[in-house]
Design a protein around this ligand. Structure first.
Ligand code: ARG
Length: 459
């Protein structure tokens, strides 16, 4: 007979290479506390329903407490022979509690057990991630509050377009991360479903009280279909896709910070503690944190492709392929957590060069749209006004001037609707304050948006 916990029907022992190949312990050992939590709930339920005696349950629960300590004190040696964390814990329980440990797995399969463990783990991690993201939103809003009226060029196609408030730009990211949090909150509902009791796939012959197990583990509902319970990894796919979107937001912000901290832009300086030097060029100060976050986005998107490809074409119910779900999931959780954490801290250490930002608004005809708006205010149709402003740009460009450098005579040559008040109309300040449409960059709008966000965050 094969020595394994499942070895009854096997006459030969497992090939050593297969043992190594088959094992997931190196990856799933981090589920040990979720696994023990799930087993304790299962034991309590079985005692309540008299599937095992109260004494047996008490012995096994105390034993699991000891096993937990042993794992935390590194007293248990993990080996490929015992495959995964579930078998290691059952084996260790046998050593601590004796033969009665063999009752733990009554009415249960590793298929529903692993689904439960991952859900317990991911509920905790999702909560943590939501809190970390809210922490980053606080950093964004604080920066927006601090630089409420700083003006910078807004870009489209990475070409200077129109002046905007720097705080408005930051609040765009606040909105993005707000949606990210909403997505995680929403996906939490689907993680928060208790699958234990599905057993291998068909349910079990024991009178399990799944509602009770669900309550002990603080889940919101029990899963309704035993086949789905052990086959479903939608919540993993969903979680990693939300994480990918969040990482893409960080990556876009990274790209901006990298540009802004370059000599070409010089809009910001990232503190020495959050940048690194070059081993050959003494003058270098590199925005590594932003670059690494941008780079790590690739890993998370890779994890998404991995889990989607893994699940594609899998017949119901459990297949061993699904053991491969944990690496991309854990890596996603770890990457997202550290990126959010390091970003929040870096943000508090960024200096803004507001003079450079506003200076950059003075070149590149950022007031061309406003010149057109000026003509509209004097009665010209917008399309015609657009054409006149375009001619003004071409004319000024030729002379190496900006629009506000043109003389009134030059303006009048372009349109006799233009008067002296045009100069005031196309100043940077006026351009901002006139953007009064809801959601626009007008001073009052942004002040209100920042205040609302501060309220949402309890600041
Ligand atoms: N280590 C396995 C996994 O992570 C546990 C479930 C194994 N079930 C089985 N029938 N072999 O997926």
């Amino acid at each position: 007979m094969n020595e394994k916990l499942w070895g009854g029907r096997f006459s030969r022992s497992t090939d050593k290479l297969v043992e190594k190949f088959n094992a997931s312990i190196d990856v799933d050992k981090r589920l040990y506390d979720s696994d023990i939590e799930g087993s304790i709930a299962h034991l309590k339920m079985m005692a309540k329903e008299s599937i095992i005696t109260r004494d047996e349950a008490d012995t096994l629960i105390a034993g699991l407490g000891k096993v937990k300590e042993q794992i935390e004190n590194n007293e248990i040696e993990f080996s490929a022979g015992l495959e995964d964390i579930h078998m290691h814990i059952e084996d260790a329980l046998g050593k601590v509690a004796g033969d009665v440990a063999k009752k733990l797995h009554t009415g249960r399969s590793r298929n529903d057990q692993v689904a439960l463990d991952v859900r317990i783990y991911l509920k905790k991690e999702t909560r943590l991630i939501i809190n970390l993201l809210a922490g980053f939103q606080i950093a964004l809003v604080k920066m927006a509050q601090k630089h409420l009226d700083v003006i910078m060029p807004g870009y489209t196609h990475l070409q200077r377009a129109q002046p905007v408030l720097f705080s408005h730009h930051l609040m765009a990211y606040y909105e993005m991360f707000k949606r990210d949090i909403e997505r995680f909150e929403d996906c939490f509902k689907r993680i928060d479903v208790m699958p234990l009791g599905a057993a291998a796939l068909a349910g079990t012959t024991y009178p399990l009280n799944r509602e009770f197990t669900k309550d002990v583990l603080s889940f919101s509902k029990v899963s309704d279909n035993s086949i789905d319970s052990v086959s479903d990894r939608d919540f993993v796919m969903e979680f990693i896709s939300h994480a990918s979107i969040t990482m893409i937001h960080f990556s876009r912000l990274s790209e901006e910070l990298i540009l802004w901290s370059s000599s070409e832009f010089s809009f910001i300086t990232i503190s020495d503690s959050f940048t690194t030097g070059s081993s050959i060029m003494p003058q270098k100060k590199n925005p590594d944190v932003a670059e690494l976050v941008r780079g790590k986005t690739g890993r998370v998107v890779g994890n998404l492709v991995c889990i989607l490809t893994l699940m594609k074409s899998l017949p119901l119910a459990y297949n061993k392929d699904m053991q491969e779900d944990k690496e991309p999931l854990f890596d996603t959780v770890d990457t997202l957590k550290i990126c959010t954490d390091v970003y929040t801290r870096m943000f508090e250490n960024i200096k803004i060069h507001k003079d450079r930002m506003v200076e950059a608004c003075k070149q590149g005809f950022l007031n061309a749209t406003d010149l057109a708006d000026y003509l509209v205010s004097k009665g010209m149709a917008f399309r015609n006004a657009h054409a006149v402003a375009g001619q003004a740009v071409a004319y000024a460009l030729n002379l190496g001037k900006e629009l506000n450098d043109l003389t009134l005579e030059e303006f009048k040559d372009l349109s006799d609707l233009i008067e002296k008040d045009v100069y005031e109309f196309i100043t940077i300040d006026k351009m901002i304050s006139r953007r009064i449409s809801y959601g626009g960059t007008g001073f009052d709008n942004v002040k209100k948006a920042v205040k609302k966000a501060a309220g949402e965050l309890g600041l």
